[in-house]
Structure formats: C-alpha cells, structure tokens
Design a protein around this ligand. Sequence first.
Ligand code: XMP
Length: 513
Amino acid sequence: MQNKQKITILDFGGQYNQLIARRVREMGVYCEILPYTKPMSEWKDASLKGVILTGGPNSVYADGAPRLGSELFEMGVPVLGICYGMHLINFLSGSQVVSAEVSEYGRTELNVDSGVLFEGVSNPTSVFMSHTDYIPSAPAGFTVNAYTESCPVAAFSDESKGMYGVQFHPEVNHTLEGRTILKNFVFNICQCDAGYKLEDQIEKMIADVRAQVGDGKVVAALSGGVDSSVASVIADRALSKGQLTCVFVDHGMMRYKEAEQVMQTYHENLGLNIIHVNAEDRFLDALKGVTEPEQKRKIIGETFVRVFEEEARKIDAQFLLQGTIYPDIIESGINGSATIKSHHNVGGMPKESMFQQEQLVEPLKYLFKDEVRYAGESLGIPHDMLWRQPFPGPGLAVRCIGELRKERLDLLRLCDWIYRDEIAKAGLSESIWQYFAVLTGVKTVGVMGDDRTYADCIALRAVITEDAMTAEVAEIPYPVLNRIVLRIIGECPGVNRVVYDITSKPPGTIEWE
Ligand code: XMP
C-alpha cells in the first residue's frame, strides 16, 4: 500500500507494538510496523516522516540483543524511542543503561519538566511503566524532559537532532495522556497531515486483489467471523463471477448451531458463492490425544490448509484468500516479537503447502480489527455480522482444555449456549465484548441430591476490551450469574461446578489456550 506520508515503526519485539500503530492510524496518519532488521533502503523513501523504535524484552547489552547501528543517525526524520527503543538511542549515543533491582511495572506518576513531546500534558501525569533496565543519566546533548520517583530519566530529547525517548508506554490506555504525547510527536515534531482515510484503503485493497489474482481462481477460507467475511466481500468486489469460491469448513469446534447460521447468513445477506465442507471427523482424528495448546493450534491450522488445498484442486484455484489482519501477523511473532499464541491462520501455515506466500491473498493484513469493521460497514455488510463477538479460528478447541473429543465438545457447546442465551435474555450481549464458557478439564467433587458427584468444572469468561491486547473482566450482575450456574448444572449432565474467571489481560489472555 503506497501512502503519501508514513511513520515507520521498527519492531524490537515489544508486546504493545501494534497499539502504537493503532494510535498513529487513529490520528489519520498511515504507519507500518517493520522488523528492525529490515534494511533501511527498503523503507526509507520520500513518504517517511518519522520513525518510532518500539519496546522489547531484551537488555541492550544482552548477547544477540536486537540493535541498530549508525543508521539510527541517518534516518533524516525525527525518531521516538519507547522503552527499549529509548535505551537503544541512549546506548548508541554513548550513555549507560543499568538494570534495577526491582522492576517498575504498572501505573506510575510522571513529573514533567519540558519538551515539545509534552506540550499540553499535565504535570504530574500518570503513565504505564513496564521495565527493569533504566537510564541513570541522559547522554551528552540530551535534555531530561520527565522523571518518576525511581526513574531519573523517564523521557529525554535532543531536539536539534530530532531524537526523543520515553521510558513509559504512551500507546497503552493506562498512560492517561499517551495520545497527546504521540500526537505531539506525529504532528508537531514529524509535521504529518491527517490524510490517511480508510475509504481510500478499501479502493486500494480491491485494486490490489485484482492485480494479484489476474484471471486466476481463488478459494476463500470463510470462517463466519468478521475478518474472513470482509476479506471475501473485498475479493468478491475485485473479481469476476466464477473466480471466487468461498469455502466454509466446519471443523466440529463451532458453537451451537453456528454452522447452519453462518451458511444462511452468507447466502441471504452477501450473495457469496459458498460451499460447506463438513470436516469434523477429520479434525478430531488429527487431534486425537493432543492436549498441548500450541500443538492443537498448529494441527488445526495445518488441517485447515489441507482441506482448502483439496477444495482448491477440485476447482483448479491457484490462490487462497485469508482474513489475516495486522494483529494476527504481529502476535504470531512474525515480526520478531515473542510468540504468545500461534494464530491458526498465520502460525499454523505449513511450509510445504501448495500455496506459496505469493498465492496467499490477504487484503486485510495491514488493518486493525476496528478498521476491518468500519471497512465492512462501508462495503455494506450488515451491522450485526460485523459487530458479533469475535470467535477464534480454532473455535472451541482453545476453550476445551485437554483432549478434544466429540462428547467433551458437545458438553461445552451446550454450556456455552446456555451462557449466551442468559446473557442475551439479560440484555447484556452488546455491552460485553466477548463471553464464553470453558471446559476446564478439572473434575471436582460435589453433592447432588444425596449423592456424591465427581464431574466437570466449567469456567465462565467475560471481558471488556478495546482491542483485545489488554482486557478487563466484565462485571455480570450476580443474579444473572446465578441463573446461568443453575441452568448449566441443571441442564448439562456431567457438570457439577461453575466458576467465574476474573483475571484481566495481562496477566491472563482472553482465551484459556
Ligand atoms: P487472547 O486469548 O490472545 O485473545 O487474549 C485475543 C483475541 O483473539 C482471539 N483469538 C484468536 N482469533 N485465531 C483467531 O482468529 C486464533 O488462533 C485466536 N486466538 C485468540 C480471541 O478470541 C480474542 O478475541
């Protein structure tokens, strides 16, 4: 995607990197996240207005630590280093980084002294810190712009060289005035204009799909989720009749009656050319005896691809369309970040697939979830389809802890349906971002009637989040929880206990696996 202005974000492996990119795009400025190893000649062009160096898990002194060399000083545009990125600027400017005895983690009061980056920011303000290494004194030529009780250089700058650094994370919501700080960098320091519009991107995505596919044929992996639906509609707009076949693979890990609903919605609302493949037995056979979460994901990803390959061969299609979005790529560690979970549509892609990288059509791979939804709205996809709660590609597999057997999945499906039914009846479906039941794999002792039971424990998960990167627990009213528990115990033989998961993300993740 060619844009007139861009901010390049160099990825050093931090977990919040995509939030930085989201914040910049929210301001109407295009940005890209690239691995720090990407040669500058490949991204430094006339559109470059600024560079952000991200955080990362390393110490700048560690063996093999990700580093830049003298190119840091050859960018010709302002540079903002965040956390590890700041340490790197400091280190390359000839100053020390030291390791503290205790990490600084969480909300911290920041005292602001000066600097363009802090224009309009209150003093003191609250910021989110997550670090062990810190900078005891700024390098020669740099001014200290802010400090905290335990961090003497929490922000510095050499405005004459266009170098800025912050120890805290302005991109996360816990930094109260983080958006102002980033805006100061993007508009006041880098002099960007807010010219990036999603509508223009949609036109570009359609044109790109057309250019990539030419007269070829595409098989689309349609899951029923928002991303694959929007990707398929883009491809449908881009291609002629007969070029696109959408394949909905039922892997046996969908929610209650979901497969039927998905098929009906696509036929009725979107008029897509879609076929339904029932592959439940095949998936469950491949997953027999497997309990390790990453292995489950990889097997599911691989089996998906095999099924699509077979469907593609049947219709002689050379391309596979996927609803991969930007966070999938970043979270799967492809950019060098630590892999938290292999998203099935990225990490699970086997190397020896018939689809090589250039045969993957991924129109949404530079968009964030909310951008995908807005793109879907402008493409005329019904609102309800776009704003339904997200359902992971591996489906109930990541909510069924332990072996994936049909009877366990059926039990989970029933519990999950009761949970969703009660949430809908309580009028809460719109206000909770994602909620689902988990079959914990733990059996506990109970008493029902006069008998001892030893049966399954179900966990209820409900979260509120803006972007799924961090999440808070949704507070479901107690009487609603009570009704859900009574119904699950009463209607689901084999369950004798229900617990409510009140872990936020971090430290938990939203899904259990
Ligand atoms: P976690 O569990 O990583 O989930 O906090 C964040 C969001 O991502 C969804 N999720 C996935 N979606 N393929 C997907 O399409 C996956 O492999 C996958 N894993 C997690 C999860 O439901 C939540 O909305």
